[in-house]
Design a protein around this ligand. Structure first.
Ligand SMILES: NC(=O)c1ccc[n+]([C@@H]2O[C@H](COP(=O)([O-])OP(=O)(O)OC[C@H]3O[C@@H](n4cnc5c(N)ncnc54)[C@H](OP(=O)(O)O)[C@@H]3O)[C@@H](O)[C@H]2O)c1
Length: 255
C-alpha cells in the first residue's frame, strides 16, 4: 500500500535521495525546505518518471511556519523524516572569539550556539509535535543525527551537542509513540559527500582525513543514509525503536 511520507529539508543531499527512494517505490512524498527552487526541481524530476514528490516551503525552526504547513499536509502521515538541519557555523561569516571576552563576542557566540540548537534539535521537536496527531499507527519517525554527537564537530560550536540532544530527546519520544505502534529512531551519518552540508567549504585535506577515518575507505553517499531510513520505516524494523543507527563506514564504531 502506498504510504505518505514527509521529509524535512528534502530538496537536497540526504533528504533528496530519501525522497527519491520512497517515491520510486510508489509512496507519496512531501518534501520541505526554505528555498522553493530545489523543491520544485525535485518534484519536476520525479514527475518525469511518474514519481509523486510534492514540495512545500517551510522553515522548521518557526512554529508559525509549521502551523501553515499543517494546513497543506494530509491528515495521515505514515513516515516522518526529520532531516532538515546542518552545521549552522558554516553559514556564519566569523566565529566568536571567546578570548576577547567582550559582550559583543558573547552575544555572537550565543546566537551561533542557538542557531545550531534551533536548526537540528528544536526543528525536529517542533515538527514532530505539530505532526503528532497525524502520525499513523504502524508508522515511523526517523531523525537525522550525526557522528558529531559522539565525536564532536571539531569546533567550539554546538552542532555536535545539538545532534546529541536529538538522540536524548528521542528516548522520550520512543516511549510516547510506542503504545501507538509508531517507532522513533535516529540515523547518524558520518561524512556524506554530494550534499550541501559543507557549503563547498570542505578543504581537500579535511576531506581526505574524513575518508581515511573510515574502515571502508570511502565517503558515504546520500543513498547509504536513504537505504537505512527506508529500512527503519519498513515492516522488518517494527521492533526497533529508541535507537541510534550509525552510517559512517566505521569512522565511529560501537560495540
Ligand atoms: N553531509 C554530511 O556529511 C552529514 C553528516 C552528518 C549529519 N548530516 C545531517 O544530515 C542532514 C541532511 O543534510 P545534508 O548532508 O543532506 O545537507 P544539505 O544538502 O545541506 O541538506 C539540508 C537540507 O535541509 C534544509 N534545511 C536546513 N535548515 C532548514 C530549516 N530550518 N527548515 C527547513 N529546511 C531546512 C536545506 O534546505 P534550505 O536551505 O532550502 O532550507 C537543505 O535542503 C542534516 O540534518 C545534517 O546535519 C549530514
Amino acid at each position: 500500500m502506498a504510504r505518505t511520507i514527509l521529509i524535512t529539508g528534502g530538496g537536497t543531499g540526504i533528504g533528496r535521495a530519501t525522497a527519491r527512494h520512497f517515491a520510486e517505490r510508489g509512496d507519496t512524498v512531501f518534501v520541505t525546505g526554505r528555498r522553493p527552487e530545489p523543491l520544485d526541481r525535485l518534484a519536476k524530476e520525479a514527475a518525469e518518471v511518474d514519481g509523486d514528490i510534492r514540495g512545500l516551503v517551510c522553515d522548521h525552526t518557526k512554529p508559525e511556519a509549521l502551523t501553515a504547513l499543517l494546513a497543506r499536509l494530509p491528515e495521515r502521515i505514515d513516515v516522518l523524516v526529520n532531516n532538515a538541519g546542518g552545521n549552522t557555523d558554516f553559514d556564519t561569516a566569523s566565529q566568536p572569539d571567546l578570548e576577547l571576552g567582550e559582550e559583543a563576542d558573547l552575544i555572537a557566540y550565543a546566537q551561533a550556539f542557538r542557531a545550531n540548537l534551533d536548526a537540528n534539535l528544536l526543528s525536529a521537536a517542533l515538527t514532530t509535535r505539530a505532526l503528532d496527531p497525524r502520525l499513523a499507527r504502524g508508522g515511523a519517525v526517523v531523525h537525522i543525527g550525526s557522528i558529531a554527537a559522539n565525536r564532536g564537530s571539531g569546533s567550539y560550536g554546538s552542532n555536535g551537542a545539538s545532534k546529541a540532544g536529538l538522540s536524548t530527546w528521542n528516548l522520550d519520544l520512543a516511549n510516547a509513540l510506542g503504545p501507538r505502534d509508531i517507532t522513533a529512531n535516529v540515523v547518524a551519518p558520518g561524512f556524506i559527500a554530494d550534499t550541501e552540508f559543507f557549503r563547498d567549504r570542505l578543504p581537500a585535506e579535511r576531506r581526505e582525513h574524513l575518508v581515511a577515518s573510515t574502515a571502508t575507505g570511502r565517503a558515504g553517499a546520500p543513498s547509504d543514509v536513504a537505504e537505512t531510513i527506508a529500512f527503519l520505516a519498513s515492516p522488518g524494523a517494527r521492533h526497533i525503536t529508541g535507537q541510534v543507527l550509525h552510517v559512517n563506514g566505521g569512522a565511529h564504531k560501537t560495540r
